[in-house]
Design a protein around this ligand. Structure first.
Ligand code: MLT
Length: 221
């Protein structure tokens, strides 16, 4: 299998061969799975990935669903109302993509951390709930509960950072709290970070997530 067989248009950027600790293709280096928002593509979040974890490899797929020409990771019936059957199928596809990409690019599938925004954060949350072993952790920017999983996943030892806006018109604070509670009840360690913003991703959230990632998920030297 090669990169053209992975089923998603995507970018893979290896970890920079820079610091003493992090050699290129060092399996200890985490890989950030970057998941864009509605209307984004595989290039969108590469700068975010670099800002969050400069030493990480980056894997960035493009969502395969088109809504008015805008890529998304799964279908929705209306704003915040998801096509659950499609969501489950697309989440399965994404889990398979990550596993196959690990083989093709030689990164450690046990050290994949999602960083997703909006629609991308929602499918990252869906991955945590339906395929709890795919991600070692996740930074979710402006996510909501994507679906109620048929059974409670075991997310013990998988930290999750959620950045949310107090005045997000798409995700009211109660929606964020519901996601945090669901993940906590599944065993994940959840850090909730609030700003007084709306749905847009702002630098303060990126800075807080980067600090959290480095503190929580990067293996000490
Ligand atoms: C979006 O526009 O992406 C929504 O806010 C979230 C979603 O539909 O998944």
């Amino acid at each position: 299998m090669d990169a053209t067989d992975l089923g998603f248009a995507h970018r893979f950027v290896p970890a920079p061969p820079s610091t003493d600790r992090q050699e290129q293709n060092d399996p200890a280096v985490p890989t950030l799975l970057l998941l864009h928002g509605t209307g984004g593509d595989e290039d969108d979040l590469l700068p975010l990935g670099r800002a969050l974890l400069p030493g990480a490899a980056l894997l960035s797929p493009r969502g395969k669903v088109l809504e008015g020409g805008m890529p998304r990771f799964f279908r929705r019936l209306a704003e915040g109302v998801f096509d659950e059957e499609d969501l489950i199928r697309r989440t399965d596809e994404l889990a398979t993509f990550v596993a196959r990409a690990a083989g093709v690019y030689g990164f450690d599938p046990a050290r994949v951390i999602a960083a997703g925004y909006s629609n991308g954060a929602n499918i990252a949350a869906s991955l945590l709930l339906l395929h709890p072993r795919v991600l070692a952790g996740a930074a979710l920017f402006h996510a909501m509960v994507p679906l109620e999983p048929p059974e409670r996943p075991d997310l013990t030892g998988r930290p999750v950072f959620i950045a949310a806006g107090r005045v997000d018109p798409i995700i009211p604070p109660a929606g964020t709290e519901r996601l945090a509670a669901l993940l906590r009840a599944s065993g994940a360690g959840v850090t909730l970070h609030w700003e007084r913003n709306g749905h847009a991703l702002i630098p303060a959230e990126v800075a807080a997530a980067g600090e959290w990632l480095n503190r929580t998920l990067v293996r000490p030297a």
